[in-house]
Design a protein around this ligand. Sequence first.
Ligand SMILES: [Zn+2]
Ligand SMILES: [Zn+2]
Length: 276
Amino acid sequence: MRITLLGTGSPLPDPNRAGPSTLATADGLCVLIDCGRGVLMRLAAAGVYPVVLDGLLITHLHSDHICDLGDVITTRWVMSTDPRPLAIYGPAGTQEVVELTMRSLARDVRYRIDHHRDLNDPPTVNVRELEPGDSFGVGSAFVRVAATQHKPVEPTLAFRIECTHASAVLGGDGIPCDTLDQLCSGADAYVQAVIRDDLVKLVPNARLQDILNYHSTVEQAAQTATRAGVGTLVLTHYVPALQPAQEGEWRARAAAHFDGTIVIGDDLTAVEIGTS
Ligand SMILES: [Zn+2]
Ligand SMILES: [Zn+2]
């Protein structure tokens, strides 16, 4: 399985980092996890267009993880000659968000149907709202779902994507918790949003200080990876934005708590995991 960090940014706009979004691909599998700012630009750079997606998995409904949902739906629709419904999986509340997004697209849909003779039907989506403990198939993969701890944001989910010879956990945002540990147990890879609390604490801004208690630090993500015995720790959603000159520093903080492979980098950083 190949994990590609499409967007490694955060809610703070960054000229070099798209918003949170990750791609998981394998034989018969092409799944997007979250759809933050600029997701389709990065997806195109990875050689993937939205028409081939088997599904979109949403970890939670914070705006930075869903702000390009309308673009994913619209662009898949206008690029498709034989449209398949887009399968969207997310926590409770996803149905409402998708319905409201579709309503916001209604005029555009009408313009395009009126204009193109071969376009007769509006975009279709199949939404499934998930609970912790659920599992489902998407493409060639089996996906297990667990709760994460990102309070006061609720509900929030992590996904374990399992293919024949590889497994990856997409932890989303949040701090360590038992259910995340269990989901990660023995996985080949664990992808986690992280902050550098030492750097955030230096910024005299109350709203920024509020984020400290609901995101994993680099060290906490590494500790989760060690407890769960995962092979590869993939860090993303860097707060503050990772500066290239500081990459070694971020890596060292993780390596102090985790002996496995550590992946950290710019948008489009990718890693092959498992044996296929
Ligand atoms: Zn986020
Ligand atoms: Zn969040």
